[in-house]
Design a protein around this ligand. Structure first.
Ligand code: GLP
Length: 241
């Protein structure tokens, strides 16, 4: 894993945007894997900014998001579909039909999982995956204990993840209990991965990732076995404040 140390959140977002824009300009038909959460918001803002200023085109780009809450429709303000539309897709020239987020309010979640996995495969896989990390080491919504062989699947969220994400909802009760998430094997098939880590709330997770061994009890640890991972981490996350 290559580690790029930056000063603060804005610089992390800037560096991540530079990396993505470089890959998009080199491969206009790139398949991007995208993440939600607070961490990549600045990255998406930089991409929008660059699109407006430098006209980087997303016309031939296809995207696959990591996950979606079960039971939420794409119009729900807390859905990851709406998050992506609001922060990125509505502001760039991507074709909406090329943006994929698991469907959370499906009648047949198991079918949705295998359909999503097949969709990624049919498109030739993900070239570049953006990741954040949960404080318990989760990637996507793959909680501790998830098999490293998992593909897109239904996940029961841990109390700590529900609490961490409750800030976006009116109350903890409204946070869905389950999500559909790309699996760890799905994530690891990406040809390149960028992991963004910012803030002191992620310091223990980053330390665990860098110092600990590869173990299903800490999902992100699998990234150590991937040949092309760049971690972009700020000083607060690294422990230099
Ligand atoms: C959620 C998402 C993850 C994200 C994590 C961290 O659980 N499913 O993809 O990486 O939260 O979120 P944040 O960036 O807000 O700390």
């Amino acid at each position: 894993m290559k580690i790029l140390q930056v000063k603060h959140y804005d610089e992390m977002s800037q560096k991540a945007a530079e990396l993505l824009i470089d890959r998009i300009r080199r491969s206009p038909g790139i398949n991007l894997g995208l993440a939600t959460g607070g961490t990549p918001v600045g990255l998406y803002a930089q991409m929008v900014n660059d699109h407006q200023k430098n006209h980087t085109s997303y016309r031939d780009v296809t995207t696959f998001n990591l996950d979606e809450y079960m039971g939420l429709s794409g119009e729900d303000p807390n859905s990851y579909r709406l998050f992506m539309d609001k922060h990125l897709f509505n502001h760039i020239d991507i074709q909406k039909s090329n943006t994929h987020v698991p469907i959370g309010d499906t009648d047949n979640p198991n079918q949705q999982c295998s359909d999503y996995e097949n969709l990624i495969e049919r498109h030739g896989g993900i070239d570049l995956q953006v990741l954040g990390i949960g404080s318990n080491g989760h990637i996507g919504f793959n909680e501790p204990g998830t098999s490293f062989h998992s593909e897109t699947h239904i996940v029961e969220l841990t109390p700590s993840t529900r609490e961490a994400n409750a800030r976006y909802f009116n109350s903890l009760n409204e946070v869905p209990s389950h999500a559909i998430s790309m699996g760890i094997a799905s994530i690891m098939r990406s040809r390149e991965i960028v992991l963004l880590v910012s803030g002191d709330a992620k310091r223990d997770a980053l330390e665990h990732l860098l110092q600990g061994d590869v173990n299903e009890s800490f999902p992100a640890s699998i990234l150590k076995t991937h040949p092309a991972v760049t971690i972009i981490a700020d000083e607060a996350a690294i422990g230099k404040t």
